[in-house]
Design a protein around this ligand. Structure first.
Ligand SMILES: Nc1nc2c(c(=O)[nH]1)N[C@H]1C(S)=C(S)[C@@H](COP(=O)(O)OP(=O)(O)OC[C@H]3O[C@@H](n4cnc5c(=O)[nH]c(N)nc54)[C@H](O)[C@@H]3O)O[C@H]1N2
Ligand SMILES: Nc1nc2c(c(=O)[nH]1)N[C@H]1C(S)=C(S)[C@@H](COP(=O)(O)OP(=O)(O)OC[C@H]3O[C@@H](n4cnc5c(=O)[nH]c(N)nc54)[C@H](O)[C@@H]3O)O[C@H]1N2
Ligand SMILES: [Mo]
Length: 745
């Protein structure tokens, strides 16, 4: 379906003839835009949007147009490094680095068992890499300590979907966005963080006046400026807001009673939990006027189609899973799910964040399997030809828990693949001292803040130099072909994983190599068998078809190889006890529920309403730290800037960190625009210039988290706290507290 005109956004090194264009997908953000890589003389020379890809019709985000430049950066690592006795990283051969890596891993496993090893990966890699991590980790090393930066990113998507629908997999897709009467962007700033997606919404809005746009964000973001209704709630009040809106909609009798009766359970429990949330009380808690709340409830109560997106303002906020479950509740009670133009669209952030959950490279089991269900484990053991007893299972442990285990010396070997935690994790002073205790392997094309604590650094091939698939935010699997040979001296992440497995002599129960495949395509073929019959069934996909169709949404079983636009169109949810991915967790405490408890709900294919309680932020501004500290993104940078900081045009647009401060607060502190200040939190302090801005309310400040120590700056995460959501274990990166002081200089 074409949602707009085709275009071809591009950025090229040279305009003269290129040798070839190679099919690929943008590697920045979760929208999954199709693109083609220009190759000239064996090198990447540019990129252009793929105008035939239905997700972007040739458009690219401004950053995305430059994403090929870091590949050619002169400071790329072209050989491994090993830390020597003097504490310095020293050039090494692959042979030496892999030997040492395997020797250390074996030592740690001997001493602490498989769980002495943790693999911390990414949402920016390929499904084939993640699947291999799952196999090596679960069945080879025997560790259940698999996690990724996806914990900071989209762990809450997973948990809110498991709670409400029984399985991961976002119900709506981008095609629903094109026809929805109303779109609610909840803690989501796509004008800066998914600009092609935002263009897609705004082009229709300019043409037709639709959709009605509700934006929920404490800041007046670029997205909020375009909204019909901007609900600028106080930080950490997402659940209070949703409860108030849901109560009002119930009061107005705007319920799809037939849908509730046939396709859901526990409506009354949910209803009881919102009883106290009158509009007046909701207004006091959220700071939004009653009249505005009434308008929002009116719109959400009468709209005939609704897509709700959530992103980090929901996932990294207090009561994260509960807020997203409340949004699911809203869709269920109005029957706005599994229908054209309707459904929750809990987003992903990184280009393949959801893919890691799908194939089991993180706390999940491959193919949305339930580790508490012996039958599911038996299936995996059979598919992998290993003893069931050799599969590592254990309570899911997110990265914050792993940091604790490192502090206690229980994780001796930490393998960090494609992420830069010493900028991106909260409470960095603590993380750094924890990581210093373990033997750390870092796989990164550049020296970073994290390589500072590495014992071995392995240089990988980058985007465009390798082949594999990624999963975007709406279940679309895209193929990325290899455009050029990687530079001499590096190996792909996939090759490194295979080499590790071979050297560790990981075997199946017949003594054959555990990892029997040798190319990404072979890995994908094996994964397809594992996915068969499960929610994320990909058995009808092939590399050839993925390229030809420009992406396919799962499920795409053999009899439906073109894939599935939206889930649950038949009103059947993934909640039968035999099929579900999880028995769920207690919505307040996060305690995992037993099979018996799950069975007692008698969902059996119906969606589950949950009560939602507003608990608020564990930290609240107080005399010593009177300001809320919010952190997030800018249009021009990608995360810790290892790519965008190497592109002059982008770096110039946003060269340094800053703190956004409201005029009244600045005046009260006698601080001028541009003045350097000290931002102090209970964890640490950083110095940054002030940007006086109307975008933040009085009492709230915002700092972009992109800036680490690389260019002599101090990261925002020196300030943030590491409290986690009880269900998803995602840290609350959006609500910390701080004070601002004038500096001497
Ligand atoms: N330019 C750019 N784009 C990116 C990325 C990037 O680094 N740069 N990263 C990608 C990734 S991995 C991700 S996860 C996404 C993230 O994309 P977004 O989630 O859109 O971006 P953020 O800036 O992290 O946070 C979104 C908003 O949450 C708001 N917020 C803070 N507290 C609250 C609250 O209590 N309630 C509500 N409702 N909102 C609140 C913030 O003010 C902020 O505007 O972006 C992706 N796209
Ligand atoms: N305060 C605060 N903190 C946050 C957030 C926030 O909003 N506020 N957002 C959180 C979120 S949502 C996210 S997703 C994280 C992101 O945080 P990170 O994942 O830590 O950030 P990136 O800069 O994307 O790190 C990716 C690393 O992989 C390297 N790399 C690039 N290509 C390859 C490759 O092909 N192979 C390998 N092995 N390495 C490669 C890059 O050089 C880089 O060092 O940050 C989180 N932290
Ligand atoms: Mo993210």
């Amino acid at each position: 379906m074409a949602w707009g005109e085709q275009k071809t956004d591009q950025n090229m090194d040279r305009k003269d003839a290129v040798d070839k264009w190679v099919h690929s997908t943008c590697n920045l953000c979760s929208i999954g835009c199709g693109c083609e890589i220009a190759v000239k003389d064996g090198k990447i020379a540019g990129v252009r949007g793929n105008k035939d890809h239905s997700i972007n019709l040739g458009r690219l985000d401004p950053k995305a147009e430059y994403q090929w430049q870091p590949n050619n950066s002169p400071d790329r690592l072209l050989h491994p490094l090993i830390r020597n006795n003097q504490g310095n990283l020293e050039k090494a051969t692959w042979e030496e680095a892999m030997d040492l890596m395997v020797q250390k891993a074996k030592e740690v496993i001997q001493k602490n068992g498989g769980d002495g090893v943790a693999i911390y990966s990414t949402g920016q890699g390929f499904l084939e890499d993640y699947y291999t991590i799952a196999k090596i980790g679960r069945a080879g090393i025997g560790t259940h300590l698999l996690d990724a930066n996806t914990r900071l990113c989209t762990a809450t998507t997973e948990w809110c979907l498991l709670e409400s629908f029984g399985s991961d997999g976002v119900p709506a897709s981008f095609e629903d966005v094109d026809i929805a009467d109303t779109i609610m962007l909840f803690g989501h700033n796509p004008a800066e963080t998914g600009s092609v997606f935002f263009e897609r919404i705004m082009e229709r809005k300019k043409r037709t006046g639709k959709p009605y746009l509700i934006v929920v964000d404490p800041r007046e973001t670029l997205t909020a400026k375009e909204a019909d209704l901007h609900l600028a709630l106080k930080p950490a009040t997402n659940v209070a807001l949703m409860n108030g809106l849901i109560r009002e909609i119930i009061d107005q009798g705007r319920l799809d009673k037939e849908f509730i009766g046939e396709h859901t359970v526990q409506f009354d429990e949910m209803k009881a939990s919102v009883e106290e949330w009158t509009l007046e009380k909701t207004s006091r808690e959220t700071g939004i006027e009653v009249e505005m709340l009434r308008m929002a409830a009116e719109q959400l109560g009468q709209t005939e189609s609704l897509v709700s997106t959530t992103l980090q303002g929901a996932f990294q906020s207090s009561d994260a899973t509960a807020a997203c479950v409340a949004i699911n509740n809203l869709h269920l009670m109005r029957g706005l799910i599994g229908k054209p133009g309707s459904g929750p669209l809990h987003m992903a952030g990184q280009p393949s964040s959801s893919g890691n959950r799908t194939v089991g490279g993180v706390g999940t089991y491959p193919g949305n399997r339930n580790p508490e269900n012996p039958e599911h484990l038996r299936e995996i053991a059979e598919l992998w030809n290993v003893e069931e007893s050799s599969l590592a299972v254990g309570p899911e442990k997110g990265i914050i828990k792993q940091i604790e285990l490192m502090e206690k010396g229980q994780i001796g070997f930490f393998w960090n693949i494609h992420t830069n935690p010493l900028v991106s994790l909260p409470n960095l002073p603590r993380v750094k001292s924890a990581m210093e205790k373990a033997f750390v392997v870092v796989q990164d094309p550049f020296l970073t803040e994290t390589t500072e604590v590495a014992d071995i650094v392995l240089p990988p091939a980058m985007w465009g130099e390798k082949e594999g698939t990624m999963e975007n935010a709406d279940r679309t699997i895209n193929l990325l072909r290899k455009a050029v040979e990687p530079p001499e001296g590096v190996k792909t992440d996939f090759e490194i994983l295979l080499e590790f497995s071979r050297r560790m002599e990981l075997e199946d129960k017949d003594g054959n190599p555990l990892v029997g495949y040798s190319t990404p395509e072979e890995a994908f073929e094996e994964w397809k068998q594992v996915s068969k019959g499960r929610p994320s069934d990909m058995s009808g996909m092939t590399y050839h078809l993925l390229e030809k169709k420009n992406g396919i949404r799962w499920p795409a079983p053999k009899d439906n190889p073109e894939g599935t636009v939206r889930l649950y169109e038949d009103g059947n949810f993934a909640t039968t006890p035999e099929y579900c991915q999880s028995y769920g967790k207690d919505i307040v405490t996060g305690r995992p529920k037993t099979e018996k408890e799950f069975r007692s709900i008698q969902a059996n294919g119906r969606a589950i309403f949950h009560p939602t309680h507003h608990m608020g932020s564990p930290e609240k501004p107080r005399e010593e730290y009177p300001l809320w500290l919010n952190t997030g993104r800018l249009l021009w940078h990608w995360h810790t800037r290892t790519k965008t900081g190497r592109v002059a045009d982008l770096d110039e647009k946003a060269p340094e960190a800053f703190v956004q401060l409201n005029k009244e607060d600045a005046d009260a502190l006698n601080i001028a625009d541009g003045e350097n200040v000290q931002v102090q939190s209970p964890r640490g302090a950083i110095q940054v210039p002030v940007k006086i801005s109307k975008e933040v309310k009085q009492g709230e400040v915002f700092i972009p988290f992109h800036f680490g120590e690389w260019k002599n700056e101090k990261p925002a995460n020196d300030l943030t706290g590491d409290v986690i959501d009880p269900l998803s274990h995602q840290p609350i990166l959006k609500q910390s507290i701080c004070r601002i002081e004038k500096t001497e200089s």
